[in-house]
Design a protein around this ligand. Sequence first.
Ligand code: FAD
Length: 549
Amino acid sequence: MIVGGVAGGASAATRARRMNESAEIILLEKDEYVSFANCGLPYHIGEEIVDRGQLLVASKELLERRFRLDVRVRHEATAVNRAAKTVTVRNLSTGEDTQLSYDKLILSPGAAPFVPPIPGKDASGVFTLRNVADMDHIKASVDDSETKTAIVVGAGFIGLEVVEQLVNRGFQVALAEMQPQVLPPFDAEMVEPIQCALQANGVGFYAGDGIKAILTDDMNVATGIELSSGQQIKSNLVILGLGVRPNTQLALDAGLNIGKTGGILTNRWLQTNDPDIYAVGDASEYVTCPTDSSMRVALAGPANRAGRLAGEHAATGSCHPIANVLGTAIVRVFDQTAGMTGLSLKAATRFGVNATSVTVVTGQHAGYFPGATPLTLKLVFDPTDGRVLGAQAVGKDGVDKRIDVIATAMTFKATVQDLAGLDLCYAPPFGSAKDPVHQAAFAACNHLAGVDTFIPADADLSDAQLVDVRTSDEVKKSPLAGGGHAVNIPVDDLRDRIGELDASRKTVVSCGVGVRAHVAARILRQHGFDNVRNLSGGATVRNRAVKEG
Ligand code: FAD
């Protein structure tokens, strides 16, 4: 029996059937729809996916006919009696309770959107987005909106997707986020291009200001929100995208173990502390890479893969153990895409993991081929052995490929030296002979070998002899943040003007993105400068990381 009929649950049920033709498989779903595309919901609101039916990936009827599943929609599992191996199921249409027995039980009840206990949270016009019904309600409000204004609270993945889609529908959108940046899992400087894209599309971004209350009129209709700062924003449409809380009550009541991050604990075969009960998806925890710690990862990929494995194990008694989960994620925001896998540098710090990083800014494909656009790639690695710990990328194109390559490498515990040696496909429309992945890996290898030592883009440069090796025109156009004391010596003049510099001082070299600075650093080192650092990502990343004034 399976509780929850969408990402994890439907994957479990169909795999179980494919592996065992004779099993009796009951799929319980408390809502109206099974196997719908949660991830596509924002795009129907924005009418990028025009046909609502496209989101209903596999209907109840298809699951029944093709997979011989006993699909019971509007049936909620309300209790699990482990001793009797039964589940109490309420038919939500009739209110009737029945007891169903199971040999194996798979829990995939997902998670519920977090709604803070603030005034006005139940007002009309306030929405969260989790399922088809939520989407229908939001879309109806969007379709009927006279003011064409909306407030989105929470600048995570779903919040940003909704913002983009509302703007595409002609809405004036305000986005409020408690953290000082969009996409809080990313390192701050990496999401600056996303914030610029929001600005370019007229989105008002209220950063570092959490929601305090939803403002309402006498009829309890939302009229706007008030932020912690006291600032008020007006609109009748408020969409909360504040993350999710795992649906663990059923598991808790049944005495199943819950992990430190609040999800149901399982072993490598997705079994809970009761070997006949499995748990997958947003309600559960996974062992994550690279820390090997157990935590919740509320993403569709892990839910689908875990569901498939649990279905197989329940149906046959064996399956491959689930691989560590990296939290690989991606989002498109207008013309920009941001993706990440593994640890950001700030997450590494939070987990006490010894980590450093390099950042490269380079074309997603050969610069001479039409359509080249900059891609920023930050590689996080262990400075002692070069093991890759994570990566983040942002740009208009090619983000998915680089993040997936690095995620794949991380799965096999790759080092930066391994990345540098990857034999990736190349022709000018697709990449470069030295792909951005290689370039980041080369920089990391240079750092590890002491060939070129990088310092982070936001480092304090005040005590350093700072050498900006760009042309004077470039420096004038885009001065280095916090670099008022920099000496400007273009890289091609460096050998001739080296006497202007003090070889005994700590020296930091910087250029546009770090490439010319690498050449400069090598020149200086071979001319007796022993303490030379390369500013990672050059002025481009520095000026995203450090805001002056
Ligand atoms: P769900 O897919 O939510 O399924 C759980 C089901 O269980 C629900 O239908 C619920 O009604 C049912 N249920 C709960 N309790 C009971 C009960 N007691 N009895 C019966 N039924 C019950 N992830 C990505 O990786 N990429 C994306 O682009 C992405 N975009 C997203 C966009 C949106 C708008 C949303 C909401 C999510 C998105 N996700 C994305 C996350 C992804 O959808 C989830 O991680 C995934 O669906 C989790 O699968 P699950 O099976 O755990 O939960």
